[in-house]
Design a protein around this ligand. Structure first.
Ligand code: ASP
Ligand code: MG
Length: 404
């Protein structure tokens, strides 16, 4: 088999860890597989580089940030290749440029456009283990770019797709994907298998195991993923195409996200074009809106519109909303920072009814008020007061019998 193994920051967090991982890589090779390694920067390195830049400037140029941050992954790639060589296997490190990972020009969150991987294929043919610095690429004009936080996952999946690998293993410090955060619910269970769609919902809902874009990419190119720990030999969680078994389970996991704020514009005139105007301006500022709820007053003349945005975009979003509010003669804008989004996810919802009702009932029993609701085919999300997050996660996990 051809296996791409990606090791995250904690897996390569020290020289000891790098040596341990090198051994795992060598064992995989000795078991008769072709291995390609992708590494993250050593744990904490990317944050350290960011804070160095911030000591100089609040707004460092993004081009320079990309060159700076890409160095973290280069260090761990070279060290890993040294460690593998030391164990008697041939290994060679590669930067994003050397792998031919071509991206668009949006610095700090570039999208991969294509990958040549010629150098990697050549190395494999010569029996050499390629070790790729994750998280980076270059533009058509040879500018260094990075792929957004957690972007080494994307490198691994994209390289696996380009090489048509049999498997892409994502090594991290947890044993796989859990039914919920084990830090909140001690009897959370490791899932053996989960569909791309479910993983995508969980990833974007704040379960931090995989970068969202890497899951989208894996789904698009049908790359089988395994999330597992580099600290143990346990099998991990397989992320694959949906199958029959999965549909039998109503809910696969409970996720939460405390990283959003709710903004409300009050009493805007209820006529066509208002929402369009507001959300166009928000979108133009490159802010991703998650949930939207609109309430019409009883006389039908006015509406309140509430929406959520990432905390990091709060100031910008409020400024825009206030401007729109004034222009439209609305009553004003209010902001609620103490919110959390709690969600249940499962492909089984497609074929079973009553799942949402059970969620609302479970929250109601605990006296938890629901401020906003949104649903998709495989997900129900509720915005609640953030002080009830842990309680909500726990009772939902129980209600859908997810524990072990
Ligand atoms: N080092 C980068 C980060 O911390 C990319 C990664 O680890 O995947 O976000
Ligand atoms: Mg990561």
């Amino acid at each position: 088999m051809l296996i791409v193994q990606k090791y995250g920051g904690t897996s390569v967090g020290s020289i000891e860890r790098i040596k341990a991982v090198a051994e795992r890589v060598v064992n995989t090779k000795k078991a008769g597989h072709d291995v390609v390694v992708v590494v993250s920067a050593m744990a904490g390195e990317t944050d350290k580089l960011i804070s160095l830049a911030k000591e100089i400037s609040d707004m460092p140029p993004e081009r320079e940030m990309d060159l700076l941050l890409s160095s973290g992954e280069r260090i761990s790639a070279a060290l890993m290749a040294i460690a593998i060589n030391k164990l008697g296997q041939k290994a060679k490190s590669f930067t994003g440029r050397q792998v031919g990972i071509i991206t668009d020009t949006s610095h700090t969150k570039a999208r991969i456009e294509r990958i040549s991987a010629e150098s990697v294929r050549e190395a494999l043919q010569e029996g050499i283990i390629p070790v790729i610095a994750g998280f980076q690429g270059i533009t058509e004009t040879s500018e260094v770019t990075t792929l957004g936080r957690g972007g080494s996952d994307l490198t691994a999946v994209a390289v696996a797709a380009a090489l048509n690998a049999d498997l892409c293993e994502i090594y991290t410090d947890v044993e796989g994907v859990f039914t919920t955060d084990p830090g909140i619910v001690p009897n959370a269970r490791k899932l053996e298998k989960i569909s791309y769609e479910e993983m995508l919902e969980l990833a974007s809902l704040g379960a931090k195991v995989l970068q969202t874009r890497s899951v989208e990419f894996a789904m698009k190119y049908d790359v089988p993923l395994v999330v597992r720990s580099s600290f143990s030999d346990k099998p991990g969680t397989l992320v694959v195409k949906e199958d029959r078994d999965m549909e039998r389970v109503l809910v696969s996991g409970v996720a939460y996200d405390k990283n959003q704020v709710k903004i409300t514009i009050m009493s805007v005139p209820d006529r066509p074009g208002i929402a369009a105007r507001l959300f166009k301006e928000v979108a133009d500022a490159n802010i991703v809106v998650d949930m939207i709820v609109q309430n019409i007053s009883i006389d039908g003349k006015f509406a309140d519109i509430s929406f959520t945005v990432p905390k990091a975009d709060k100031d910008k979003a409020v400024e825009i909303t206030e401007k729109v509010s004034e222009a439209l003669g609305a009553k004003g804008v209010s902001v609620d920072e103490n919110i959390a989004k709690v969600s249940i996810v499962g492909v089984g919802m497609k074929t079973h009814s009553g799942v949402a009702a059970k969620m609302f009932e479970t929250l109601a029993k605990e006296g938890i008020n629901i401020m906003m609701i949104s649903t998709s085919e495989i997900k129900v999300s509720c915005v609640i007061d953030s002080k009830y997050t842990e309680l909500a996660v726990r009772v939902l996990h129980d209600a859908f019998e997810l524990g072990s």
